[in-house]
Design a protein around this ligand. Sequence first.
Ligand SMILES: NC(=O)c1ccc[n+]([C@@H]2O[C@H](COP(=O)([O-])OP(=O)(O)OC[C@H]3O[C@@H](n4cnc5c(N)ncnc54)[C@H](O)[C@@H]3O)[C@@H](O)[C@H]2O)c1
Length: 276
Amino acid sequence: MAQFQLSGFAIIVGAAGGIGKETAFTFAEASAKGILFADIDHEAAAKAAETSKGLASCPTYRALSVKADVVDVASVQAMVDLAAREFGRIDYCVNAAGVDVAEYLPFQDTDPDDYDRVLGINTKSIFLVCRAVGKVMQAQEPTQANLGRHGIRDLGRGCIVNIASAMSLCAVPHKVPYVTSKHAVTGITRSFAMDFKAAGIRCNQVGPTWVRTPMFEEECKRVPQTPQILEQMCAVKRPIEPDEVASACLYLCSPSAVYINGTLLTMDSGILVGPM
Ligand SMILES: NC(=O)c1ccc[n+]([C@@H]2O[C@H](COP(=O)([O-])OP(=O)(O)OC[C@H]3O[C@@H](n4cnc5c(N)ncnc54)[C@H](O)[C@@H]3O)[C@@H](O)[C@H]2O)c1
C-alpha cells in the first residue's frame, strides 16, 4: 500500500469544514509530514489542525493554521509564504474553499453581484492559489518515493487538486454563477497542467455531485426533494460522504497517480451516464 502513502507537506484551502477538513484529516492519516489548514474561518481551521495531530501517522507531523481569504491576492500570498517558510516546500495543495449561490434564481433574474461573489470565491481563488503555489513548487527539487516491490518512483515537484463539481460538466436549473464557476475551474486546471507539466507539477480536479456537508444540508432546505432525486438517480442512493472525496484527493496526490494530469475525476454514482 506504499502507493497510497504521502511523504510531503500540504496546504489545504477551505480546511475548516466539509470536504477540506476531511481531506486534511485523510492526508494526516496517510503520513503527510505537515499540513497548513487555511480558511477564512480561522477558529474552526485551528481546531481542525489540532484534531489532526491525533490522527497523523508521521511521527514528525506538524499542523499549522492560518486565516486566509481566497479572493484576496495578499492573503493568498501570505498563506503560501507561511507554508513555504515553515515547511521548506509544498508538495500538495487542495483547493476546497467554495460557496453556493445566495438564491436559486432563473438566468434572467440572477444578481450580477452574486455572480461576482461566487466566481470570486469558487474560481478566481483557484487561479490565485495555483499561481502562488505553482511558483513555490517550480523552485523546489523533485522528489521520489520508495514503493517497495515496485521500486523507486519519480514524483515530480508537486501536485494540486481542485474541488470542482459534477456541474463542471453539466448545468442544473437556477444556479448560473455556481455552474459557471465550476466549468471555469476546468479551464484553470487544464491551463495550469499545460503550463507546469515541463516542471513536473500536476494539477487535477475532482467533480462530485452532492456531498454530505453543510452545503448539502443547505441544498436540502432550498430544494426539499433533493433526497428523492438522489434515490431516483444514484446507484448508491445517498450523497457522497466527505471521506470518499478525500480519498479521491489522496489518490490524485499519491505516487499511484503520477501519470494523471489535467483530468477531472467525476464522482456521480453514474448520474451523468444517463437516467435509470
Ligand atoms: N457539498 C457538496 O454537495 C459539493 C458538491 C460538489 C462540489 N462541492 C465543492 O466542494 C468545495 C467544498 O465544499 P463543502 O461542501 O466542503 O463546503 P463547506 O461550506 O463545508 O466548506 C467550504 C469552506 O470554504 C471556506 N471558505 C468560504 N469562503 C472562503 C474564503 N473567501 N476564503 C477562504 N475560505 C473560504 C468556508 O469557511 C468553509 O470552511 C466547494 O468548492 C464546493 O463547491 C461541494
